[in-house]
Design a protein around this ligand. Sequence first.
Ligand code: ZN
Length: 103
Amino acid sequence: MPGLRRCAKLFMKENIILQGGASVKRIPLKKVRQIALLLCILGLVVILAGAGLRLIPLILLGCLVLVGEIVFLTLFWRCPHCGGFLDRGCGLYCPHCGHTVDR
Ligand SMILES: [Zn+2]
C-alpha cells in the first residue's frame, strides 16, 4: 500500500521537525505565561457565563478554551536552550539542561 507508506513517512518527517525544536517558532516565556493566563481566565469566564445562562454549548466552548490552553502550554512552555518541558516548580533553572530560564 503506497499511500499508507507515504503517510508513515510524512509522520516521521513531522516528528523529526518537532524533535528538532529549531523549526518550531519560539515565543518568549513571559509572553507564553501571559497568553496562558488570558486563555485560562477567558475559559473560566465563558464556563461561568454558560452556567449562568444555562447554555451547554457555551460551557463546552469554555472547556475547549481550557483544553486549548493546556495544549498551548505543552507546546510552548519549554526551555529556550534545550526545548525540554519546564515543570511549574523548577525555579530559575531548566531541570533538563541546567541553564537559567528567564520567565
Ligand atoms: Zn533546558
